[in-house]
Design a protein around this ligand. Structure first.
Ligand code: AMP
Ligand code: MG
Length: 429
């Protein structure tokens, strides 16, 4: 899916492949530059705005990797039993310890600072301790240990002055722990991207209200708001907008004055009540609106002009109204674009190849996305089966799925047992 698009903003309205549409979007966007400093835990899932440079060596001292006995490696006997006199104890967290003599050792705990001159630790389970009249001794058999073993070296995790994390990193649990291990309590991250969201359609009714005859509940705003929230965006909920050009124009103008990105659903087709694309042309430019995919048509993308002309454009992603198509286009086009705009290093959808349990009919010339349930077979291989009805309006099929089966543009039908590409809905966070 990597062939480049012809030109980002194109004349006419040729049909693009999914890969071309993705490339055209990526080429058009410029990331925001505003940053903010937040407490470390609030940085979870946010994009780091500056490199994190380690202010210290980690670990800060050579230290023991085991509970055992620390001694000088040169005291290790090559071919016979080594006997060492135990002359003291070092606990983790203890400060400096006095030097000891040859053939002596110190009881040491995991994480305790290695005493000066000592470079080796014998784990307690590899030696025998004897207490006699002349004090405490440990003995260890030859060949069980080499000099220098079980010692962690100062700076072996990270050296002072070296980058621990790079700008653009989407911060995960371990990253926050790493920053804490450097003594940090806050992070400089890009500000949250502001995304205005509304649904269009005269037939839509807000959940919580009685369902009027001929109407359906607006589900797109909820699923998209949830998806945006998981991406770390700040969502501006502009509600439900009827299929009237004046109302759409007013809402788009409000969105442009308050947001970096506008996400709409519905009203992009060529039906009598579809005005979103015309308004994009009026208030900005339609970069493209025909992508060879299913579900996902129609989807339009382009810049909306800011009234004051200041700053870059506000990008409109006009998603289809069908609930599955709205989410598929969100994952295929908006997700990575929002990461890019928000200053993050783009993290593509986690992808793997799995055996298709089902035979799938497909014709070359468009990318198809099917809802699937991925599971690991007893032999350790991944397999995926499709979730029942695959209509673009069947939201339940999306809810039951944990993955999207992605059948590439040029691909034809798939036989049962053949491998297919799969996008996972969830990765490790
Ligand atoms: P449209 O793209 O406006 O032609 O809508 C296509 C189909 O999706 C129609 O059946 C709509 O009723 C339905 N639809 C549009 N918007 C929504 C929404 N926000 N929630 C649920 N269904 C919708
Ligand atoms: Mg509509």
């Amino acid at each position: 899916m990597n062939q480049p698009g012809p030109s980002p903003l194109m004349a006419g309205d040729p049909q693009l492949t999914v890969a071309q549409a993705r490339a055209a979007i990526a080429a058009a966007l410029h990331p925001i530059t505003d940053t903010e400093v937040v407490p470390l835990l609030q940085a979870l899932g946010r994009a780091l705005a500056v490199d994190v440079i380690s202010p210290i060596d980690v670990p800060a001292h050579d230290n023991s990797a085991m509970d055992g006995y620390a001694f000088a490696g040169r005291d290790l006997h090559g071919t016979e039993t080594t006997r060492l006199r135990v002359v003291g104890t070092v606990l983790a967290g203890a400060g400096s310890v006095a030097a000891i003599g040859p053939q002596e050792c110190l009881r040491i705990m995991t994480g305790a600072v290695m005493p000066p001159g000592l470079d080796t630790v014998v784990p307690q389970e590899l030696c025998q301790r004897e207490t006699g009249a002349e004090g405490d001794w440990v003995s260890l058999a030859p060949f069980v240990l080499r000099a220098g073993e079980n010692r962690r070296e100062r700076g072996e995790d990270l050296k002072q002055g070296h980058p621990a994390l790079r700008a653009g990193r989407i911060l995960r649990s371990a990253d926050l722990g790493l920053m804490a291990s450097l003594g940090m309590v806050q992070a400089t991250v890009f500000r949250r991207l502001r995304v205005a969201l509304f649904s269009t359609g005269d037939e839509l009714c807000a959940p919580g209200e009685p369902l009027a005859p001929g109407c359906i509940y607006d589900s797109n705003r909820t699923s998209l708001m949830a998806a945006l929230t998981r991406l770390g965006c700040e969502v501006l909920d502009l509600g439900l907008v009827p299929d009237q050009p004046a109302a759409l124009r007013a809402t788009l103008n409000e969105a442009v004055s308050r947001a970096d990105v506008v996400l709409t659903s519905g009203g992009v087709s060529v039906g009598d009540a579809d005005f979103t694309r015309d308004l994009l042309a009026e208030l900005g430019e339609v970069a493209f609106w025909k992508v060879a995919m299913r579900p996902g048509r129609p989807f339009a993308f382009g810049p909306l002009r800011r009234p004051d002309g200041a700053g870059g454009p506000v990008w409109l992603f006009a998603l289809p109204g069908n609930p599955v198509a709205a989410l598929v286009t969100f994952y295929a086009f908006a997700r990575e674009a929002l990461q890019q705009l928000g200053g993050a290093q783009v993290e593509p959808m986690p992808t793997l190849r799995a055996r298709s349990v089902d035979a799938i009919r497909k014709r070359p010339g468009r990318t198809e996305f099917q809802r699937g349930v991925l599971r690991q077979d007893p032999d350790g291989q991944w397999s995926v089966r499709l979730t029942g009805a695959q209509g673009a309006g069947v939201l339940r099929s999306m809810s039951e799925a944990n993955a999207l089966v992605v059948l590439g543009h040029d691909q034809g039908s798939v036989a049962a047992g053949e491998p297919v590409e799969v996008w996972l809905f969830d990765g490790l966070t």
